[in-house]
Ligand binder design. Structure first.
Ligand SMILES: [Zn+2]
Length: 424
């Protein structure tokens, strides 16, 4: 499939999604959702109702019983709805006594990133993850390995439109992933010398590493931004062995064939990283590979352990996490909207062949995208990407085709409320 055909396919899928959402919107037009003082919504049953029970505390209600809610959004008065549209008679009837508890109108406008409201969507924040810890040097000559190569790839990505670079480092000799603070320091110094791009250090490291090992560089170097994985999961790299049977280094086969990996991110681990890094002013790229990870983040938000705006990186297509189907993306998006309202910046990683397809759909929906050779080596079926910058150029071009500007590092700092924001 050519690049043009791949883009056409992305758009077809996107249009299908929009149609689905418009249909859903028409069915629920005029629907008002109550957050009642006792038992949550009576407007919609089943899954929606359970979802509202989960969301209710965040709307200022008390559906959670003895759970301590932190109201962050003033409930909308029934007499003066924010949208200026009165609840329909049908909705009023169903709402009954819950009317006095405040309500919130779900709007399909939100999910379209403002494109139907007449407001221009915000510029797209592009993250580039140049090397990661999944792919191995035999797979692609473009994968940067040495600190110089990683710095060079980061600078080229920034030049092509990336506002953030998400960094890992590798052993300069054989390319295996390491968490060496000295190597990170070299990369950061070389990048900061020439660019304003935001540095994001991994705390995920490699799933083969201990949590202590993974978090050491971010604790020592206190970056503006660090990744934080929001749950434990299986991690299966072995399917790649069929595509890459001939590997140059022994470690590559051991790395890929291990079927006994649990990527450990317990609540204790997450809270420790939040404390150690957060106390130094580091903010987080919350990597969510599954719906449960979003709920984990919502729990941390309720407990005051994280603060908005949350930078949520939904990661799809890695074996052990959510698949890369359009429906998976839509479900994660809906769940995040329901749990976090407007308190988050949404970004998407599509692993492997899904990178451009899911990234372009995220951009269509007003979200942001991450690209880079950490997540995908490809630039089309069977065609290796020539560089990280080439992938950034591709997604930036897609943003512009969708009439989105590309966010600068400074604008991204302001939107994510990073420590080095101008004026802070
Ligand atoms: Zn990473």
């Amino acid at each position: 499939m050519s690049g043009g055909e791949a883009l056409a396919q992305s758009f077809q899928e996107w249009l299908g999604l929009v149609q689905d959402r418009l249909t859903a919107g028409a069915k629920s037009s005029g629907a008002w959702i109550a957050c009642g003082p006792v038992a949550g919504s009576r407007l919609i049953g089943g899954a929606h109702r359970r979802a509202l029970d989960a969301r209710a505390p965040r709307l200022g209600g008390t559906c959670s019983g003895d759970r301590q809610a932190i109201p962050r959004r003033k409930p909308v008065s029934p007499a003066a709805p924010a949208s200026g549209v009165a609840p329909s008679a049908a909705a009023s009837r169903v709402l009954g006594n819950d009317m006095d508890a405040g309500y919130h109108r779900l709007s399909i406008m939100n999910t379209l990133g403002g494109t139907m409201t007449g407001k221009a969507p915000k510029p797209a924040i592009i993250t580039c993850a140049p090397t990661g810890a999944i792919h191995t040097p035999t797979m692609s000559p473009a994968l940067p390995v040495t600190p110089e190569e990683i710095a060079e790839a980061s600078l080229a990505a920034a030049g092509a439109g990336a506002a953030i670079v998400h960094l890992h480092v590798r052993d300069p000799e054989d390319g295996h992933p390491v968490q060496d603070a000295g190597l990170f320091k070299e990369v950061i110094a070389a990048v900061k010398d020439k660019s304003e791009v935001i540095i994001n250090l991994t705390t995920g490291g490699s799933p083969h590493m201990s949590v202590d090992e993974r978090i050491a560089p971010a604790v020592q170097l206190a970056p503006e931004l660090a990744s934080l994985n929001m749950g434990s999961m299986n991690f299966g790299l072995f399917p790649m062995l069929t595509r890459f049977p001939d590997l140059e280094h022994d470690w590559e086969r051991r790395h890929l064939e291990n079927k006994d990996i649990v990527f450990k991110n317990t609540y204790a681990d997450i809270e420790r990283i939040l404390k150690l890094c957060g106390d130094q002013g580091t903010r987080f790229e919350f990597e969510c590979y599954d719906t449960a990870h979003l709920y984990n983040l919502a729990n941390m938000l309720d407990r005051g352990l994280v603060r908005p705006p949350l930078f949520i990186q939904t990661v799809l297509g890695l074996f052990g996490g959510t698949g890369a189907d359009l429906e998976d993306l839509a479900h994660l998006r809906r769940t995040a909207l329901r749990l976090f309202g407007n308190d988050f910046e949404w970004s998407v990683v599509g692993a492997g062949a899904a990178q451009l397809r899911l990234g372009s759909i995220a951009l269509s929906l007003g979200g942001n995208a991450r690209v880079g050779l950490e997540d995908s080596l490809w630039d089309g079926p069977g065609k290796l990407a020539e560089s990280n910058a080439a992938q950034v150029r591709r997604i930036a071009e897609m943003a512009r085709l969708l009439h989105r500007d590309v966010a600068t590092p400074d604008e991204t700092r302001r939107r994510l409320d990073l420590r080095d924001s101008v004026g802070k």
